[in-house]
Design a protein around this ligand. Structure first.
Ligand SMILES: NC(=O)c1ccc[n+]([C@@H]2O[C@H](COP(=O)([O-])OP(=O)(O)OC[C@H]3O[C@@H](n4cnc5c(N)ncnc54)[C@H](OP(=O)(O)O)[C@@H]3O)[C@@H](O)[C@H]2O)c1
Length: 292
C-alpha cells in the first residue's frame, strides 16, 4: 500500500509547497465551545512548538476559532515562522458573542476576514485559505469563490482551498481556478455524508476526484468520529499492532490515500507525541483490506 511521507499543495502551480503528510489542527486550543482562551494556555503553546519541532509543517487554523485565539497563539508560539511552515486558515464564518457560528461569506466579508487573519498571524500573505461552505452560502457560492480567486490575483492569498463542499461545488470551484486542497469531514467511521449537506455519496466520492487531480484531502473530525465506538476493527487492529486506537485511526487515513493530509487536533503534548508516532506505523495490505 502506497504511504508516502509527503504531499504537495499547488503541485502544478508556480508555488508548490511540500508538506509532511501529518499536520496539526488547532481548533481545540480554545475555550469551551471553541470560544475564548484555552484552559491551559501554556500547554497550548507547548503543543504548537512541539508540533513544529517534530517536523509538522502544516498547521490548520481559522480566525473564527476563539475568535482570534488560535491565530494569536500560533503567532505567539511560532513567529517568526520557519520557511517551510504552511499555516492554512479558513474564511466563511463569524462567531456571535453567544458562541454561535454565523455565515460570513459575502465578498466584502471574506476580505475583512482575510485581513483579520493576516493581522493576527502577522503575515503579509496567506499561503493557504479554505473557503468554508455553510448552507446559508448556497445563493452566492460562485460570487464568494470568485472573491477568493480575486484576492489570490491581488497577492493576499497564495493558494485557495475549499471546505465542506459537495461534488458539484468542488467541480464548480475547480472550473473557476486552481483548488489547492479540500478540507471535509472524513474518518474511518465517517465517509458517506458531508457536513452541511444532506447525505449523498459524500467523502469517498470527493476523495476519488481529489486523487484523480492530485489535490490533498485534509480530513477533519477523523478522531472525533472514530474514537470510543466500542469494539470495532480499528480497536482490533490497534491491539494487533500494539498501538492506540487514535494511532490506528491516523495510520489508516495515511494508508487510505496518498492525497490524505490528516490534521488530528489535541490539547496535550502527550497525545501529540502519540499522534506523530502514528505516521510511522506500516499497516499491511491484508490488514488494510480487512479494515475496508
Ligand atoms: N473545516 C471545518 O469545518 C472544520 C471543522 C472542524 C474541525 N476542523 C479542523 O480540523 C481539526 C481536527 O478536528 P478536531 O480537533 O475537532 O477533531 P479530531 O482531530 O477528530 O479529534 C480531536 C479529539 O481527539 C482527541 N485526541 C487527539 N489525539 C488523541 C490521542 N492520541 N488519544 C486519544 N484522544 C486523542 C482530542 O482530545 P485531547 O485534546 O485530550 O487530545 C480531541 O478531543 C481542527 O483542529 C480544525 O483545525 C475543520
Amino acid at each position: 500500500m502506497s504511504n508516502p511521507k509527503t504531499i504537495q499543495i499547488g503541485a502544478n502551480t508556480a508555488n508548490p509547497y511540500t508538506l509532511n503528510r501529518l499536520g496539526y489542527g488547532t481548533m481545540r486550543l480554545t475555550g469551551e465551545g471553541f470560544y475564548g482562551e484555552p484552559k491551559n494556555r501554556d500547554e497550548a503553546l507547548r503543543v504548537l512548538k512541539r508540533a513544529i519541532d517534530a517536523g509538522i509543517n502544516y498547521i490548520d487554523t481559522a480566525d473564527f476559532y476563539g475568535p482570534g485565539v488560535t491565530n494569536r497563539l500560533i503567532a505567539e508560539a511560532l513567529h517568526p515562522y520557519k520557511n517551510d511552515l504552511v499555516i492554512g486558515t479558513k474564511v466563511g464564518a463569524i462567531r456571535g458573542s453567544d458562541k454561535s457560528w454565523n455565515p460570513y461569506s459575502k465578498p466584502d466579508e471574506l476580505r475583512k476576514s482575510i485581513d483579520n487573519n493576516l493581522k493576527e498571524l502577522k503575515q503579509d500573505q496567506i499561503t493557504l485559505v479554505h473557503y468554508r461552505f455553510m448552507p446559508a452560502h448556497e445563493a452566492h457560492f460562485d460570487e464568494s469563490v470568485g472573491a477568493m480567486f480575486d484576492m489570490q490575483k491581488e497577492g493576499k492569498i497564495i493558494h485557495v482551498g475549499l471546505s465542506n463542499v459537495s461534488r458539484t461545488q468542488l467541480e464548480k470551484g475547480m472550473g473557476m481556478g486552481n483548488i489547492a486542497s479540500v478540507q471535509n469531514l472524513y474518518g474511518y467511521h465517517q465517509r458517506t455524508t458531508l457536513a452541511g449537506h444532506m447525505g449523498g455519496a459524500g467523502g469517498e466520492e470527493i476523495l476519488d476526484i481529489l486523487e484523480q487531480n492530485g489535490i490533498p484531502l485534509i480530513p477533519y473530525f477523523s478522531l472525533h468520529t472514530s474514537l470510543n465506538k466500542g469494539e470495532d476493527k480499528i480497536e482490533e487492529m490497534a491491539k494487533k499492532y500494539n498501538v492506540s486506537p487514535a494511532q490506528m485511526n491516523i495510520a489508516w487515513l495515511l494508508h487510505k490515500s496518498p492525497v490524505m493530509l490528516p490534521i488530528p487536533g489535541t490539547t496535550s503534548v502527550a497525545h501529540l507525541e502519540e499522534n506523530i508516532k502514528a505516521a510511522d506505523i506500516e499497516i499491511s495490505d491484508e490488514d488494510m483490506a480487512y479494515l475496508g
